[in-house]
Design a protein around this ligand. Structure first.
Ligand SMILES: Cc1cc2nc3c(=O)[nH]c(=O)nc-3n(C[C@H](O)[C@H](O)[C@H](O)COP(=O)(O)OP(=O)(O)OC[C@H]3O[C@@H](n4cnc5c(N)ncnc54)[C@H](O)[C@@H]3O)c2cc1C
Length: 367
């Protein structure tokens, strides 16, 4: 009989893991308390970028990019646009230029006119700019739909209450449906991972924060551009220290957010989120004259950052149970699915992904 693995969470990471496990011959049951892909993975468009502060994460992004291409072949659809990811401003340019000579990223400098060609909705920008042509916008909804079709056949609509390793091997999984025993479990439950890790005696130091972004239609005054690159803006030229953007709906719209999050207020006061919305709108008005402010739609989710880096991630282990936490995981999902499936297969977390490895930490000399 095939080894049975419980995967808790049908977001992009849990689905990628189930798909990788099934290809290794494991039998998976995927638990999802809500709509598959409805947690942190919800909403159209995510940025795929190679640029990370930690060169180990650059290598992971390279592996992941290959994984995205494999998924595209398996599913027969294009999942990452070929419009590239552009950085403007000193900080982003310094980060990406570290990888400029690596053949896996396709980094080139942009002139003022080329910035405009890469992202015609952006206001005039005359400063340092680079683009990675091997990066682009992830079609997140299409990704989830294809992963569900591939790996979601054994998806059960159940909320998991606890995940506890058994003495001598295996894992007890208790859901609202009742208890079950599995040979192993992978918990990729997004904001729910820390609580389930607690039931296995593990403390994950992630505190949820609220993040929001706006999605806006392109101005109807101009024709749809052939190219809309993703953006990471650390220039400060448009009144915010750090902002990002990525195209949606075949370039008919653009999602824009600030690299900021708000404390979660248990009393439900959304004052900080309201302030983030106001600042994001002001940024769009200054930076993106090619977008229609009147059509803005707000999208909010809790995110789970680890204390050592905004891109930090780690996998915790308790017996045969594995727990993943971190932020900005969408772009890395193909690689993370492979790593989590490989960890189950090997019986231990792959080196480099344990909490003590502090993956994502900025280890470049800032000088
Ligand atoms: C606005 C925004 C923009 C972002 N931009 C980017 C980007 O540009 N690039 C990038 O790479 N990443 C980005 N991210 C982050 C990325 O989307 C997330 O890191 C990623 O989607 C996390 O996927 P996941 O599968 O780990 O978690 P989730 O998608 O949250 O999936 C976890 C699932 O587990 C389920 N669950 C939780 N608890 C239980 C339980 N007890 N029982 C059963 N089911 C449970 C939840 O319902 C959920 O569906 C962004 C996130 C947001 C919110």
């Amino acid at each position: 009989m095939a080894t049975r693995v419980a995967v808790i969470g049908a977001g992009v990471v849990g689905l990628a893991t189930a798909w990788a496990l099934e290809r290794l011959g494991y039998a998976c049951l995927v638990f999802e308390q809500g709509a598959p892909g409805g947690g942190q993975s919800a909403g159209e468009s995510r940025i795929f970028r190679h640029a990370h502060d930690d060169p180990r994460q650059f290598e992971l992004a390279v592996l992941s990019r290959r994984g995205w291409r494999e998924w595209e072949q398996e599913f027969g659809v294009r999942l990452i646009t070929d419009d590239g990811a552009m950085v403007i401003g000193d900080e982003g340019v310094a980060r990406l230029s570290r990888y400029a000579d690596d053949p896996d990223s396709e980094v080139r400098e942009l002139s003022r006119i080329e910035v405009r060609e890469a992202l015609p909705i952006l206001a005039d920008f005359d400063g340092p700019a680079l683009i990675d042509d091997a990066a682009g916008a992830i079609r997140s909804g299409l990704t989830i739909a294809n992963l569900i079709a591939a790996a979601g056949l054994n998806l059960v609509p159940e909320k998991v209450e606890s995940v506890t390793p058994r003495e001598g091997g295996g894992v007890n999984v208790l859901s609202n449906f009742g208890p079950r025993v599995f040979d192993a479990a992978v918990v990729a439950a997004g904001t729910g991972t820390a609580r389930l890790a607690g039931s296995a005696g593990i403390e994950i130091p992630s505190s949820p924060q609220a993040h929001m972004r706006l999605t806006l239609p392109l101005s109807s005054r101009s024709p749809l551009p052939a190219r809309l690159a993703c953006l990471q803006d650390s220039s400060g030229a448009f009144g915010e220290a750090a902002a990002y953007g990525s195209p949606v709906d075949g370039n008919a719209g653009y999602a824009v957010g600030l690299a900021l999050s708000a404390e979660i207020d248990p009393a439900g006061d959304s004052g900080q989120l309201g302030e983030l919305t106001r600042r994001t709108s002001a940024y769009v008005e200054r930076a993106m004259p090619g977008l229609e402010m009147s059509g803005a739609v707000s999208f909010q989710r809790w995110i789970t950052e680890l204390p050592w880096a905004s891109d930090g991630l780690a996998i915790w282990q308790a017996g045969d149970a594995y727990f993943i936490a971190g932020h900005n995981l969408f772009k890395l999902a193909p690689a993370l699915g492979t790593v989590l499936a490989g960890s189950v297969d090997a019986g231990s977390v792959e080196a480099g992904f344990r909490p003590e490895d502090r993956l994502g930490e900025a280890i470049f000399d800032s000088g």
